[in-house]
Design a protein around this ligand. Structure first.
Ligand SMILES: Nc1ncnc2c1ncn2[C@@H]1O[C@H](COP(=O)(O)OP(=O)(O)O)[C@@H](O)[C@H]1O
Ligand code: SF4
Ligand SMILES: [Mg+2]
Length: 353
């Protein structure tokens, strides 16, 4: 089949598939008589991380913390205000002669699945044609594109003989999300960004779709960035986890370290407010109260300080450094940084126990 094959692995397994440095996206808020910009929403405010080849990086945080904006920046559905993006060693959006990867090529190698299973499907097209659309646009003859679509329907567990000619409204939410996943895979991407892909599904269907994603990742040699507000789902699917708070990275590390030894008080509070199945462990008072502050005017210093039980003067005065805790575990908290001057500095890990 002449469908574009996945681009070759250029830098070897140790070179990150994606490396982001200092990503910023601010949305101007217009207002007043002359529609002048009155304020900016600091949706993503200096985010840096890498995605290793073959891993699943989970991104978790409360609603409004900038997860979807990060996803749209990763997809280059919008331009960042600042920051750099390197895809398998090549700057994204720079011309190929200069050693970059063009946006067109990048947008083939990176695909996205959204929460809303209707959003990316044309309601007037049978689903096999929606899946075949991308490959056709990229030059695959119509017959081959449809053949490819049918293979992908099989791969996502929808028998092509009974599903190929159905329309989106004839499917359940879980089936439609399987179609969206097939559609995202039709151009043989290397990286798939999944933004709340199971959040609209019932729990039983959610588990099936998560297992399908795990199988497809293995079968197609994919790398995932998996975004969810659901800590359990992120724990299940991720190799590494990034915790976002108000447009910034609060903590990042291997999934075991984040869930067993969270160092940032925000991560600790998120985990403690998970509903527990065990009544003996159920809390009477939710540890994380109130909404996050407004990203138009975030607190000075550490953005979590208005909700943090350990906040001290230094937390208002200075933004915490990203402190390294070993094995790639990092946390942006003065308590995790022995040199910060916080009275509990160096005791962040014990604070959990
Ligand atoms: N196009 C936009 N214009 C203005 N504000 C936006 C826009 N998109 C997102 N925001 C704001 O940016 C912040 C982050 O939003 P979002 O990335 O959707 O967060 P999440 O996906 O974590 O819920 C929110 O305060 C949201 O209201
Ligand atoms: S830096 Fe200060 S306010 Fe921020 S999380 Fe750490 S202790 Fe809390
Ligand atoms: Mg979102």
């Amino acid at each position: 089949m002449s469908l574009p094959q996945p681009a070759p692995d250029r830098g070897g397994p140790a070179q990150p598939l994606l490396a982001l440095e200092g990503l910023v996206k601010h949305f101007p808020l217009k207002g007043g008589l002359f529609g002048r910009t009155r304020a900016v929403v600091r949706a993503v405010d200096g985010v840096s991380f890498t995605v290793a080849k073959g891993e699943t990086l989970g991104i978790v945080g409360e609603s409004g913390c900038g997860k979807s904006t990060t996803a749209r920046l990763l997809m280059r559905l919008m331009e960042p205000d600042a920051g750099s993006m390197i895809f398998d060693g090549e700057p994204v959006g720079e011309n190929e002669q200069a050693g970059g990867v063009s946006l067109r090529d990048y947008r083939r190698q990176v695909q996205m699945v959204f929460q809303d299973s209707y959003a990316s499907l044309n309601p007037r097209l049978p689903i096999e044609e929606s899946i075949a659309f991308g490959p056709r646009v990229h030059g695959l003859p119509a017959g081959e594109a449809v053949q490819r679509a049918r293979e992908l329907l099989g791969a996502v567990g929808l028998a092509p003989e009974s599903f190929a000619r159905r329309y989106p409204h004839e499917l359940s939410g879980g089936q439609r999300q399987r179609v969206n996943i097939a559609r995202a895979l039709a151009l043989r991407p290397r990286l798939v960004i999944l933004d709340e892909p199971v959040s609209a599904l019932d729990k039983s269907v959610e588990a099936q779709v998560l297992n399908l994603l795990v199988d497809l990742k293995e079968g197609f040699g994919l790398t995932y960035v998996f975004i969810s507000h659901d800590l359990n789902v992120v724990q299940y699917i991720s190799d590494r986890v990034l915790v976002m708070y108000l447009g910034e990275v609060a903590e990042m590390g291997p999934v075991g370290a984040i869930y067993d030894r969270p160092a940032h008080p925000y991560t600790q509070a998120l985990l403690a407010s998970r509903p527990s199945m065990d009544p003996a462990r159920r809390r009477t008072k939710p540890p994380l109260t109130g909404d996050p502050p407004n990203p138009v005017n975030p607190p000075s210093g550490c953005r979590f300080r208005t909700r943090c039980p350990h906040a001290e003067e230094v937390c208002a005065a200075r933004k915490p450094n990203m402190a390294a805790l070993g094995e790639g575990h990092v946390a942006a908290c003065h308590m995790a940084d022995p040199a910060s001057g916080h009275s509990k500095a160096g005791s962040a890990l014990e604070a959990v126990a």
